[in-house]
Design a protein around this ligand. Structure first.
Ligand code: GSH
Length: 234
């Protein structure tokens, strides 16, 4: 059994999609990050970085109970565990390269673009410009790569495609104010639509829908999500 530590946000969404694609048995453990549940000692024992997603696999290597944290690590772990969505062995260098590009580039720059356009109280024009344009630059790199290709790696769907889907799904927030945010990136838009049409995506979107996560963005939530904006507790 896999315990999936979840909040309805882009990085957990990638893992929800892979779990649904593989058909692995899993149970959701909600982590309400708006309430600060990512900072409890119990959760820090599973992810010392205090973020979702994380998983515990009670049937890990050698039958051991193992934890895995960080969405890219989880995608690789579950891909290897099931032997699915890894592409051809000859394409492994490409798979690793694109996974790291997505996990260390597309994701963080998209996240900061959303942060400075929706969460930063001052609006900070320099930061909005910097992060939004860097996110767009990552879109352009992917768009150029996807010209004439159906998938990011090889000619089958892989975990790299699921990784990209998680943040591309938030393009309307990354490119705030754009009606058709992927329109300037036609190959990327076609790719996103291909992945988004997979039946498992509809199931992944339903994950956690029955759970009540905190929606109000008050002082407790800001301190939970952005603790380094505040002086350390005395
Ligand atoms: N590199 C990590 C980033 C994880 C991450 O930033 N998760 C967000 C949700 S998408 C989160 O836990 N936010 C709450 C917080 O930062 O306290 C990954 O890919 O899993």
């Amino acid at each position: 059994m896999i315990r999936f530590y979840f909040h309805p946000t882009p990085n957990p969404a990638k893992v929800a999609l892979l779990l649904e694609e593989t058909g692995l048995a899993y149970e959701i453990v909600p982590v309400d990050t708006g309430k600060g549940e990512q900072h409890t000692p119990e959760f820090r024992a599973i992810n010392p970085n205090g973020k979702v997603p994380a998983i515990v696999d009670t049937d890990g290597p050698g039958g051991q109970v193992v934890r895995v944290f960080d969405s890219t690590a989880i995608l690789i772990y579950l891909g290897e565990k099931t032997g699915q969505f890894l592409g051809a062995p000859a394409d492994r260098p490409e798979l690793l390269s694109w996974l790291l590009f997505l996990g260390s580039g597309l994701g963080p720059f998209s996240g900061q673009a959303v942060h400075f356009q929706f969460a930063a109280p001052e609006g900070l024009a320099y930061a909005v410009n910097r992060y939004r344009r860097e996110a767009e630059r990552h879109y352009q790199v992917l768009n150029d790569h996807l010209a004439g290709r159906a998938y990011i790696v090889g000619d089958t769907c892989t975990i790299a495609d699921f990784s990209a889907w998680g943040w591309l799904d938030r393009a309307s927030r990354v490119r705030k104010g754009e009606d058709d945010p992927l329109a300037p990136f036609p190959h990327l838009k076609r790719f996103f639509q291909t992945i988004d049409a997979r039946p498992a995506v509809a199931r992944a979107r339903g994950v956690g829908k029955d759970l009540a996560f905190k929606k109000v963005n008050d002082e407790e939530t800001r301190r939970a999500l952005f603790p380094s904006n505040y002086p350390p507790a005395a």
